[in-house]
Design a protein around this ligand. Sequence first.
Ligand code: ADP
Length: 425
Amino acid sequence: MSQSTWSDESAGVSDTERRYWHMLSRYERLLEISRNLNSTVVLDDLLGKIVLAAAHLTDTEAASIMLMSRDGTLRFEAAVDPAGISLDSIEVPLEGSIAGWVVQNGEPLVIEDVRNEPRWSSNVDDTTSFQTRNLLAVPMHSRDKVFGCLEALNKLNDADFTEDDVDTLNTLAAQATVAIENARLFEQSDLIAEMVHELRTPLAAIKATTYLILRPELKEEKRVELVDTVRNETDRLTRMTTEFLDLARLESGRTRLAEKPVDLPHLLREALETIRTQANERQIDLELVLMPEDAVMLVMGDNEKLKQVTLNLLTNAVKYNREGGQIWLRARLEPDHILIQVEDTGVGISTENLEHMFEKFYRVADSEGYTSGTGLGLAITKRIIEGHGGEIGVDSKIGEGTTFWFTLPLPGIEEGDGKPPTGQP
Ligand code: ADP
């Protein structure tokens, strides 16, 4: 470590200079550590890095970190000692412990000899077989709250802790706080956690399949089939990442929906034409029903996104329909909104599944337990409709068919305000 080089460089210089070089070297290390911490978003890895940095920077044998948990208890989360890093969540009493005192008082504490210290609790030493001699503990502040404590234990060469040690550990604690908050935010982001979870399944399937493909005794036709599986799963992963980004942008508000007049019957006709080839392949009949037939149906919104919604519902209506089935695309002018329905004569959706239909990654497995979809289409659809001030829903009967519907408010109408349309031509 760079820690040991300063003394060689500064041999023969005064104590003040030596201290200066020491501080400079620590400062450089701190900068390096700060960059490193901020690039780590996995909380356990991060905690491991923090305790390692704490021990290195203060020239101590060991270091540990304790954090307040949601239930108000203080927990020992990670430690580094000569035996390596351990990550364990042991409760530390708030009363009668050094860390508890630091968290409650929000001030650093140096204990030169724990044997003479009434606040010392041997709780952690007992479970880790580590012998604490002296220690430095600093609070971790987040905004105006103390949410943890960083400790450095047993100064090397039987030395005492210095002012520099306190400053250094305080600075590290501040940097660690930011990194921990980032990592916690990352962990709390359902979308990312779910995405990672969803990616693992097809990735595992691909990996397992590639092993199989290499088996010399495998028949050629089986090999082709397996290569197809890999291709399909890779396609699905590609779709998933694209749709995932779409959804993440919608959820974070980064997608701005256009607010332009949209001629709905025109949009619905275009969507039907786009889907026609796919429907023809399965002899599925498509019908557009406008009610009233000659109504002007103008809404304010994002033409492309509304087309995406319609196409998604139509694609599903084809995909989950029976061969030779029927699809009705209806639009009905209501007093304050337009109601659009996509009705099919497909497999239907069971009551248990219906309530989860718009959840991200939700899919209904087919009879073989296989699904080729991403389960993101309907979640995206719902976001887009809600972004337009509309509502979306589904009715279905197993074996008979499904109707997805959504509403789009007429211009000048706030959803549910009951006023007559003002912007209507
Ligand atoms: P994907 O189709 O990509 O899996 P969606 O979010 O569009 O994702 O659909 C989620 C699930 O809803 C599908 O897996 C399917 O089981 C079910 N589903 C959607 N539309 C229909 C429909 N019209 N009829 C029957 N099931 C449907």
